[in-house]
Design a protein around this ligand. Sequence first.
Ligand code: PEP
Length: 243
Amino acid sequence: MLIAGNWKMFKGPGETASFCAALLEELDGEPGVDIVVAPAFVSLHAAVAELEGGPVRVYAQSVHWEEEGAFTGEVSRSMLIASGATGAIVGHSERRQYFCETDETTALRAAAALEGGLSVIACVGETLDEREAGETEAVLRRQVEAIAAAVPEPPAGLAVAYEPVWAIGTGVTATPETAQEAHAFVRGLYPVELVLYGGSVKPENAEELLTKPDVDGALVGGASLDVVSFTEICRTAARLSRS
Ligand code: PEP
């Protein structure tokens, strides 16, 4: 089970350092579940400085597929590794929606990161219009197959996050049944070890989602910004992993 916090464009280096110190204090030892935090690029170093050697891993929120070059605003896998990050999120719906990222660039980012030794959380998910038009499976198939074309044998370091766009940051969560159905579909397309759910996960709904057989963890946005709610979700996951 993996619980990952996507901090989006929140928390600069100072806030990141104090959050990470508080997180370690709250977790108080071995958490019993894999935990990741994904700060902004500029805060990676602060997170690594606090968390290095402990149970919480640090991922970036994106990664470019080239080693270096004229790609203003982008960061390469070597740069991430040098800053101490061990993984990256790719293809988040906000990257797709606001920054023109596509299935192809998501696949390029995932493949390059994995080749460089980083772990990856690759995001997929349908919009509300696509769901209402009955296109959920077609969209998931297109998005997952693009990743599978670039990474035919999913390695252990690759997780896919099913994040229905209509559930991200909206407070609306997919029902556990809807999540389970989509996760099973994704897993049927691509034998990835972990399929995470993302979309308004909070302490109150974590258990019902995480108990579904094909839900292997969560990618948490809003609720990961608060150390108490994030730790509570991690504790729920740890308890369920033990049972
Ligand atoms: C996310 O950013 O990946 C996400 C799922 O956000 P939230 O939990 O806020 O919906």
